[in-house]
Design a protein around this ligand. Structure first.
Ligand code: NDP
Ligand SMILES: O=C1OC[C@@H](O)[C@H](O)[C@H]1O
Length: 391
Protein backbone atom coordinates (compact mmCIF):
# COMPACT_ATOMS: atom_id res chain seq x y z
CA UNK A 1 0.00 0.00 0.00
CA UNK A 2 1.41 3.41 -1.02
CA UNK A 3 2.31 5.83 1.78
CA UNK A 4 1.77 9.57 1.51
CA UNK A 5 4.57 12.02 2.23
CA UNK A 6 3.48 15.62 2.78
CA UNK A 7 5.69 18.32 1.31
CA UNK A 8 6.14 21.99 2.18
CA UNK A 9 7.81 24.17 -0.45
CA UNK A 10 10.06 26.91 0.94
CA UNK A 11 10.37 29.72 -1.67
CA UNK A 12 8.51 30.15 -4.92
CA UNK A 13 11.20 30.80 -7.57
CA UNK A 14 12.03 28.96 -10.79
CA UNK A 15 13.28 25.66 -9.42
CA UNK A 16 10.57 25.48 -6.76
CA UNK A 17 8.08 25.50 -9.62
CA UNK A 18 9.85 22.79 -11.62
CA UNK A 19 10.32 20.59 -8.56
CA UNK A 20 6.69 21.02 -7.47
CA UNK A 21 5.37 20.11 -10.91
CA UNK A 22 7.54 16.99 -10.83
CA UNK A 23 6.22 16.12 -7.35
CA UNK A 24 2.73 16.11 -8.81
CA UNK A 25 3.61 13.66 -11.58
CA UNK A 26 2.00 10.32 -10.74
CA UNK A 27 4.87 8.09 -9.42
CA UNK A 28 3.31 5.09 -11.19
CA UNK A 29 4.44 6.64 -14.51
CA UNK A 30 7.97 5.69 -13.38
CA UNK A 31 6.94 2.37 -11.80
CA UNK A 32 7.09 3.71 -8.25
CA UNK A 33 4.14 2.31 -6.34
CA UNK A 34 5.16 2.71 -2.69
CA UNK A 35 4.95 6.52 -2.45
CA UNK A 36 2.43 9.29 -2.97
CA UNK A 37 3.80 12.84 -2.87
CA UNK A 38 1.42 15.50 -1.62
CA UNK A 39 2.10 19.24 -1.59
CA UNK A 40 0.38 20.54 1.54
CA UNK A 41 1.90 24.03 1.78
CA UNK A 42 4.24 26.60 0.26
CA UNK A 43 5.79 29.74 1.73
CA UNK A 44 7.03 32.89 0.10
CA UNK A 45 9.07 35.62 1.76
CA UNK A 46 7.29 37.94 -0.65
CA UNK A 47 3.86 37.35 0.89
CA UNK A 48 1.09 34.80 1.34
CA UNK A 49 -0.65 35.69 -1.91
CA UNK A 50 2.49 34.84 -3.87
CA UNK A 51 2.60 31.47 -2.13
CA UNK A 52 -1.07 30.85 -2.91
CA UNK A 53 -0.62 31.88 -6.55
CA UNK A 54 2.36 29.54 -6.75
CA UNK A 55 0.31 26.61 -5.42
CA UNK A 56 -2.49 27.28 -7.93
CA UNK A 57 0.01 27.69 -10.76
CA UNK A 58 1.78 24.36 -10.17
CA UNK A 59 -1.51 22.53 -9.69
CA UNK A 60 -1.22 21.70 -5.98
CA UNK A 61 -4.38 20.47 -4.20
CA UNK A 62 -6.83 23.29 -3.47
CA UNK A 63 -6.53 22.78 0.30
CA UNK A 64 -2.73 23.38 0.25
CA UNK A 65 -1.86 26.39 2.41
CA UNK A 66 0.02 29.48 1.23
CA UNK A 67 2.15 31.17 3.89
CA UNK A 68 3.74 34.61 3.84
CA UNK A 69 6.78 33.55 5.86
CA UNK A 70 9.10 30.56 6.07
CA UNK A 71 8.55 30.49 9.86
CA UNK A 72 4.85 29.75 9.39
CA UNK A 73 5.63 26.93 6.98
CA UNK A 74 7.96 25.11 9.36
CA UNK A 75 5.41 25.46 12.17
CA UNK A 76 2.76 23.61 10.13
CA UNK A 77 2.24 20.18 11.76
CA UNK A 78 0.91 18.77 8.46
CA UNK A 79 4.32 19.13 6.76
CA UNK A 80 6.58 16.04 6.83
CA UNK A 81 9.44 17.43 4.75
CA UNK A 82 10.46 20.86 3.50
CA UNK A 83 12.07 21.45 0.12
CA UNK A 84 14.39 24.48 0.39
CA UNK A 85 14.61 26.37 -2.91
CA UNK A 86 16.24 29.68 -2.03
CA UNK A 87 19.60 30.99 -3.33
CA UNK A 88 22.80 29.32 -2.01
CA UNK A 89 23.37 32.15 0.48
CA UNK A 90 20.15 31.30 2.28
CA UNK A 91 20.35 27.48 2.42
CA UNK A 92 22.11 27.33 5.78
CA UNK A 93 19.74 29.67 7.59
CA UNK A 94 16.63 28.20 5.93
CA UNK A 95 17.59 24.55 6.46
CA UNK A 96 18.53 25.29 10.07
CA UNK A 97 15.12 26.93 10.55
CA UNK A 98 13.47 23.72 9.34
CA UNK A 99 15.62 21.40 11.44
CA UNK A 100 15.15 23.50 14.58
CA UNK A 101 11.41 23.23 13.99
CA UNK A 102 11.67 19.43 13.71
CA UNK A 103 11.21 19.17 9.93
CA UNK A 104 12.97 16.81 7.55
CA UNK A 105 14.77 18.72 4.79
CA UNK A 106 15.65 18.37 1.12
CA UNK A 107 17.87 21.38 0.37
CA UNK A 108 18.81 22.60 -3.10
CA UNK A 109 22.37 22.56 -4.45
CA UNK A 110 24.93 23.86 -3.71
CA UNK A 111 24.11 22.50 -0.27
CA UNK A 112 25.57 25.46 1.64
CA UNK A 113 28.08 28.26 1.08
CA UNK A 114 30.91 26.31 2.73
CA UNK A 115 31.77 22.99 4.36
CA UNK A 116 31.51 24.35 7.92
CA UNK A 117 27.85 25.15 7.31
CA UNK A 118 27.24 21.71 5.79
CA UNK A 119 28.82 20.08 8.86
CA UNK A 120 26.69 22.18 11.19
CA UNK A 121 23.50 21.16 9.38
CA UNK A 122 24.51 17.49 9.40
CA UNK A 123 25.17 17.71 13.14
CA UNK A 124 21.82 19.38 13.79
CA UNK A 125 19.96 16.77 11.72
CA UNK A 126 21.66 13.98 13.66
CA UNK A 127 20.95 15.66 16.99
CA UNK A 128 17.26 15.99 16.08
CA UNK A 129 17.08 12.58 14.36
CA UNK A 130 15.80 14.17 11.13
CA UNK A 131 16.29 13.37 7.47
CA UNK A 132 18.56 15.82 5.60
CA UNK A 133 19.69 15.56 1.98
CA UNK A 134 21.24 17.87 -0.60
CA UNK A 135 18.95 18.09 -3.63
CA UNK A 136 21.73 17.12 -6.00
CA UNK A 137 19.12 15.52 -8.19
CA UNK A 138 21.32 14.03 -10.94
CA UNK A 139 22.66 11.48 -8.46
CA UNK A 140 19.20 9.86 -8.48
CA UNK A 141 18.65 9.72 -12.24
CA UNK A 142 18.54 6.16 -13.64
CA UNK A 143 21.30 7.29 -16.02
CA UNK A 144 23.60 8.05 -13.07
CA UNK A 145 22.78 4.74 -11.42
CA UNK A 146 23.69 3.00 -14.70
CA UNK A 147 27.05 4.80 -14.86
CA UNK A 148 27.96 3.98 -11.26
CA UNK A 149 26.90 0.34 -11.69
CA UNK A 150 28.98 0.12 -14.84
CA UNK A 151 32.04 1.26 -12.91
CA UNK A 152 31.50 -1.06 -9.94
CA UNK A 153 30.77 -3.99 -12.28
CA UNK A 154 34.35 -3.68 -13.55
CA UNK A 155 33.28 -3.50 -17.17
CA UNK A 156 35.37 -0.36 -17.76
CA UNK A 157 38.35 -1.89 -15.96
CA UNK A 158 40.22 0.30 -13.51
CA UNK A 159 38.79 3.82 -13.93
CA UNK A 160 41.68 6.25 -13.64
CA UNK A 161 40.42 9.48 -15.15
CA UNK A 162 37.14 11.37 -15.39
CA UNK A 163 36.63 14.70 -17.11
CA UNK A 164 33.42 16.67 -16.61
CA UNK A 165 32.41 20.02 -18.05
CA UNK A 166 29.34 22.10 -17.29
CA UNK A 167 29.58 25.30 -19.29
CA UNK A 168 26.39 27.14 -19.92
CA UNK A 169 26.44 29.63 -22.80
CA UNK A 170 25.53 32.59 -20.61
CA UNK A 171 26.41 36.23 -21.13
CA UNK A 172 26.30 37.73 -17.65
CA UNK A 173 26.57 41.36 -18.80
CA UNK A 174 23.47 40.89 -20.94
CA UNK A 175 21.42 38.57 -18.74
CA UNK A 176 22.19 40.14 -15.37
CA UNK A 177 23.46 43.64 -16.16
CA UNK A 178 22.76 45.05 -12.69
CA UNK A 179 24.73 42.27 -10.97
CA UNK A 180 21.85 41.52 -8.61
CA UNK A 181 20.85 38.10 -9.97
CA UNK A 182 21.71 35.08 -7.83
CA UNK A 183 24.07 33.79 -10.55
CA UNK A 184 26.50 36.72 -10.18
CA UNK A 185 25.64 38.39 -6.88
CA UNK A 186 28.21 37.74 -4.09
CA UNK A 187 25.55 38.43 -1.44
CA UNK A 188 23.65 35.41 -2.81
CA UNK A 189 26.83 33.25 -3.11
CA UNK A 190 26.66 33.54 -6.89
CA UNK A 191 29.19 32.40 -9.46
CA UNK A 192 29.91 29.48 -11.75
CA UNK A 193 31.53 27.24 -9.13
CA UNK A 194 28.64 26.88 -6.70
CA UNK A 195 25.88 26.96 -9.30
CA UNK A 196 27.29 25.12 -12.34
CA UNK A 197 30.63 23.66 -11.20
CA UNK A 198 28.77 21.62 -8.60
CA UNK A 199 27.52 19.42 -11.46
CA UNK A 200 31.04 18.84 -12.83
CA UNK A 201 32.19 17.97 -9.31
CA UNK A 202 29.18 15.71 -8.83
CA UNK A 203 30.15 13.73 -11.92
CA UNK A 204 33.73 13.44 -10.67
CA UNK A 205 32.62 12.42 -7.18
CA UNK A 206 29.95 9.96 -8.18
CA UNK A 207 32.37 8.14 -10.48
CA UNK A 208 35.74 8.37 -8.69
CA UNK A 209 34.67 8.67 -5.02
CA UNK A 210 31.21 7.20 -4.47
CA UNK A 211 32.13 3.95 -6.27
CA UNK A 212 35.03 3.22 -3.90
CA UNK A 213 34.71 0.92 -0.89
CA UNK A 214 36.81 3.34 1.21
CA UNK A 215 36.62 6.69 -0.55
CA UNK A 216 39.42 9.13 0.22
CA UNK A 217 38.99 12.88 -0.36
CA UNK A 218 41.05 14.28 -3.23
CA UNK A 219 43.80 16.87 -3.27
CA UNK A 220 42.82 19.96 -5.23
CA UNK A 221 44.58 22.33 -7.65
CA UNK A 222 42.49 24.98 -9.32
CA UNK A 223 42.28 28.16 -11.31
CA UNK A 224 39.43 30.62 -11.39
CA UNK A 225 38.55 33.68 -13.44
CA UNK A 226 36.50 36.33 -11.72
CA UNK A 227 33.56 38.30 -13.02
CA UNK A 228 33.20 42.03 -12.39
CA UNK A 229 31.01 41.47 -9.30
CA UNK A 230 33.81 39.44 -7.64
CA UNK A 231 32.17 36.04 -8.10
CA UNK A 232 33.68 33.49 -10.54
CA UNK A 233 32.68 33.10 -14.18
CA UNK A 234 35.09 30.29 -15.13
CA UNK A 235 36.73 27.68 -12.90
CA UNK A 236 38.90 24.64 -13.63
CA UNK A 237 39.79 22.03 -11.01
CA UNK A 238 42.23 19.12 -11.03
CA UNK A 239 41.39 16.55 -8.36
CA UNK A 240 43.76 13.74 -7.41
CA UNK A 241 42.14 10.77 -5.69
CA UNK A 242 44.73 8.65 -3.87
CA UNK A 243 44.36 4.93 -4.59
CA UNK A 244 46.54 2.01 -3.48
CA UNK A 245 46.89 0.92 -7.13
CA UNK A 246 47.80 4.46 -8.30
CA UNK A 247 46.10 7.83 -8.23
CA UNK A 248 42.96 8.63 -10.20
CA UNK A 249 42.44 12.07 -11.73
CA UNK A 250 39.27 14.11 -12.00
CA UNK A 251 39.16 17.23 -14.15
CA UNK A 252 36.14 19.41 -13.42
CA UNK A 253 35.53 22.53 -15.50
CA UNK A 254 32.79 25.11 -15.61
CA UNK A 255 32.31 28.40 -17.39
CA UNK A 256 29.48 30.81 -18.01
CA UNK A 257 30.46 32.21 -21.40
CA UNK A 258 31.43 29.07 -23.29
CA UNK A 259 29.17 26.11 -23.94
CA UNK A 260 29.56 22.37 -23.34
CA UNK A 261 27.37 21.92 -26.41
CA UNK A 262 28.07 24.79 -28.79
CA UNK A 263 25.43 23.93 -31.39
CA UNK A 264 22.88 22.70 -28.85
CA UNK A 265 22.60 19.57 -30.97
CA UNK A 266 25.12 17.21 -29.42
CA UNK A 267 27.77 17.75 -32.11
CA UNK A 268 30.31 18.97 -29.53
CA UNK A 269 30.35 15.41 -28.19
CA UNK A 270 30.52 14.13 -24.65
CA UNK A 271 30.81 16.45 -21.65
CA UNK A 272 31.68 13.66 -19.20
CA UNK A 273 34.24 10.97 -20.06
CA UNK A 274 34.78 8.15 -17.59
CA UNK A 275 37.98 6.46 -18.70
CA UNK A 276 39.20 3.04 -17.64
CA UNK A 277 41.60 0.33 -18.80
CA UNK A 278 38.90 -1.34 -20.92
CA UNK A 279 37.33 1.73 -22.49
CA UNK A 280 35.18 4.70 -21.65
CA UNK A 281 31.68 5.80 -20.84
CA UNK A 282 30.57 9.13 -22.25
CA UNK A 283 27.73 11.35 -21.08
CA UNK A 284 26.28 14.02 -23.37
CA UNK A 285 25.57 17.57 -22.25
CA UNK A 286 23.88 19.16 -20.49
CA UNK A 287 25.38 17.18 -17.62
CA UNK A 288 22.88 18.81 -15.25
CA UNK A 289 20.11 16.97 -17.08
CA UNK A 290 21.75 14.30 -19.21
CA UNK A 291 19.71 12.07 -21.51
CA UNK A 292 22.35 10.28 -23.61
CA UNK A 293 25.30 7.96 -22.91
CA UNK A 294 27.75 6.07 -25.09
CA UNK A 295 29.86 3.12 -23.96
CA UNK A 296 32.97 2.43 -26.07
CA UNK A 297 35.13 -0.55 -25.17
CA UNK A 298 38.46 -1.69 -26.58
CA UNK A 299 36.85 -5.00 -27.60
CA UNK A 300 34.76 -3.12 -30.19
CA UNK A 301 31.61 -2.71 -28.12
CA UNK A 302 29.71 0.51 -28.79
CA UNK A 303 26.47 1.00 -26.86
CA UNK A 304 24.42 4.16 -27.32
CA UNK A 305 21.64 4.69 -24.81
CA UNK A 306 19.02 7.39 -24.40
CA UNK A 307 17.41 8.15 -21.07
CA UNK A 308 14.15 10.03 -21.56
CA UNK A 309 12.35 11.07 -18.39
CA UNK A 310 9.04 9.34 -17.79
CA UNK A 311 5.83 11.19 -16.97
CA UNK A 312 3.06 13.11 -18.63
CA UNK A 313 5.13 16.21 -19.42
CA UNK A 314 4.30 18.34 -16.41
CA UNK A 315 7.91 18.94 -15.51
CA UNK A 316 9.05 21.16 -18.35
CA UNK A 317 10.38 24.56 -17.47
CA UNK A 318 12.66 27.46 -18.31
CA UNK A 319 15.93 28.19 -16.59
CA UNK A 320 17.72 31.47 -16.77
CA UNK A 321 16.43 32.03 -20.27
CA UNK A 322 17.17 28.69 -21.86
CA UNK A 323 15.05 25.57 -21.88
CA UNK A 324 16.20 22.19 -20.76
CA UNK A 325 16.34 19.96 -23.77
CA UNK A 326 13.62 17.45 -23.21
CA UNK A 327 10.83 16.26 -25.38
CA UNK A 328 7.14 16.94 -24.94
CA UNK A 329 5.58 14.24 -22.80
CA UNK A 330 8.53 13.74 -20.48
CA UNK A 331 8.81 14.73 -16.87
CA UNK A 332 11.73 16.88 -15.81
CA UNK A 333 13.47 14.30 -13.62
CA UNK A 334 13.55 15.87 -10.17
CA UNK A 335 11.01 13.31 -8.98
CA UNK A 336 13.77 10.70 -8.61
CA UNK A 337 15.39 12.62 -5.75
CA UNK A 338 11.96 13.34 -4.28
CA UNK A 339 11.20 9.60 -4.34
CA UNK A 340 14.44 8.89 -2.50
CA UNK A 341 13.72 11.52 0.16
CA UNK A 342 10.15 10.25 0.65
CA UNK A 343 11.25 6.63 0.74
CA UNK A 344 13.91 7.44 3.33
CA UNK A 345 11.30 9.10 5.53
CA UNK A 346 8.97 6.11 5.20
CA UNK A 347 11.82 3.70 5.96
CA UNK A 348 13.22 5.81 8.79
CA UNK A 349 16.54 6.53 7.04
CA UNK A 350 18.11 9.90 7.80
CA UNK A 351 20.26 10.37 4.68
CA UNK A 352 20.07 9.86 0.93
CA UNK A 353 21.66 6.71 -0.46
CA UNK A 354 23.52 8.16 -3.41
CA UNK A 355 24.99 11.27 -1.84
CA UNK A 356 25.03 11.04 1.92
CA UNK A 357 25.93 13.99 4.10
CA UNK A 358 29.60 13.03 4.34
CA UNK A 359 29.81 13.21 0.56
CA UNK A 360 28.00 16.55 0.34
CA UNK A 361 30.49 17.81 2.92
CA UNK A 362 33.44 16.39 0.94
CA UNK A 363 32.26 18.27 -2.18
CA UNK A 364 31.81 21.48 -0.18
CA UNK A 365 35.36 20.97 1.15
CA UNK A 366 36.64 20.93 -2.43
CA UNK A 367 34.75 24.11 -3.27
CA UNK A 368 36.17 25.76 -0.13
CA UNK A 369 39.70 24.85 -1.25
CA UNK A 370 39.09 26.21 -4.75
CA UNK A 371 37.81 29.48 -3.32
CA UNK A 372 40.74 29.73 -0.88
CA UNK A 373 43.28 29.00 -3.61
CA UNK A 374 41.83 31.78 -5.74
CA UNK A 375 40.74 34.40 -3.19
CA UNK A 376 36.99 34.10 -3.68
CA UNK A 377 35.29 35.20 -0.47
CA UNK A 378 31.64 35.84 0.19
CA UNK A 379 30.32 38.27 2.81
CA UNK A 380 30.73 37.01 6.39
CA UNK A 381 26.98 37.02 7.05
CA UNK A 382 26.51 34.24 4.47
CA UNK A 383 29.71 32.33 5.36
CA UNK A 384 28.93 32.19 9.08
CA UNK A 385 27.64 29.15 10.95
CA UNK A 386 25.86 31.42 13.42
CA UNK A 387 22.13 30.93 13.56
CA UNK A 388 19.87 32.80 13.32
CA UNK A 389 21.28 35.59 11.18
CA UNK A 390 18.97 37.92 9.24
CA UNK A 391 19.95 38.02 5.54
N1 NDP B 1 18.29 21.36 -9.35
C1 NDP B 1 18.25 22.18 -10.40
O1 NDP B 1 18.15 21.77 -11.54
C2 NDP B 1 18.33 23.62 -10.16
C3 NDP B 1 18.63 24.08 -8.92
N2 NDP B 1 18.70 25.41 -8.68
C4 NDP B 1 19.04 25.83 -7.32
O2 NDP B 1 17.83 26.28 -6.70
C5 NDP B 1 18.08 27.40 -5.87
C6 NDP B 1 17.17 28.55 -6.31
O3 NDP B 1 17.39 28.83 -7.67
P1 NDP B 1 16.23 29.47 -8.58
O4 NDP B 1 14.94 28.86 -8.29
O5 NDP B 1 16.74 29.48 -9.97
O6 NDP B 1 16.25 30.97 -8.01
P2 NDP B 1 15.10 32.06 -8.10
O7 NDP B 1 15.78 33.35 -7.96
O8 NDP B 1 14.22 31.82 -9.26
O9 NDP B 1 14.24 31.76 -6.80
C7 NDP B 1 14.78 31.89 -5.51
C8 NDP B 1 13.66 32.17 -4.53
O10 NDP B 1 14.22 32.26 -3.25
C9 NDP B 1 13.49 33.19 -2.46
N3 NDP B 1 14.39 34.16 -1.87
C10 NDP B 1 14.47 34.43 -0.56
N4 NDP B 1 15.36 35.39 -0.31
C11 NDP B 1 15.84 35.77 -1.50
C12 NDP B 1 16.78 36.76 -1.90
N5 NDP B 1 17.41 37.55 -1.03
N6 NDP B 1 17.03 36.89 -3.22
C13 NDP B 1 16.44 36.08 -4.12
N7 NDP B 1 15.54 35.14 -3.79
C14 NDP B 1 15.24 34.98 -2.49
C15 NDP B 1 12.46 33.84 -3.38
O11 NDP B 1 11.24 33.16 -3.16
P3 NDP B 1 10.08 33.78 -2.22
O12 NDP B 1 9.98 35.22 -2.61
O13 NDP B 1 8.91 33.00 -2.58
O14 NDP B 1 10.51 33.62 -0.80
C16 NDP B 1 12.95 33.48 -4.78
O15 NDP B 1 11.91 33.38 -5.68
C17 NDP B 1 19.57 27.65 -5.97
O16 NDP B 1 20.18 26.98 -4.91
C18 NDP B 1 19.99 27.00 -7.28
O17 NDP B 1 21.32 26.58 -7.31
C19 NDP B 1 18.39 26.31 -9.64
C20 NDP B 1 18.08 25.92 -10.91
C21 NDP B 1 18.06 24.53 -11.28
O1 LIG C 1 21.06 23.75 -11.26
C1 LIG C 1 21.06 24.35 -12.31
O2 LIG C 1 20.77 23.69 -13.44
C2 LIG C 1 20.37 24.36 -14.59
C3 LIG C 1 21.08 25.69 -14.75
O3 LIG C 1 20.48 26.40 -15.77
C4 LIG C 1 20.99 26.49 -13.48
O4 LIG C 1 21.75 27.69 -13.60
C5 LIG C 1 21.51 25.74 -12.34
O5 LIG C 1 21.21 26.42 -11.14
Amino acid sequence: MAKTVRWGILATGAIAETFSRDLLVDPRTRNVTSIIHKIVAAASSSGASRATDFLRNVGAPLEAKGYGSYEELVADPEVDIVYVATPHSHHYQNAMLCLEAGKNVLCEKAFTVNAAQARALAEKARERNLFLMEAIWIRYLPLSIYVRDLITSGRLGNVTRVTADNSANLNPEVSWADGQHRMVNPDLAGGALLDLGIYSLTWIFQTLYHTQACPTPPTVVSSLRKYSTGTDEMTSILLTFPRPEGDAHGIATTAMRIDSDITQSGTSGAAVRVQGDNGELQVWPPIWRPTKTKLILRDGTVEDKVWPQPGPGKGSGWFNGFMAKHAEGEGYGMFWEADEAALAIIEGRKEGRYADLSESIAVMDVMDQVRRQNGLDYPEKIETTQYPVAL
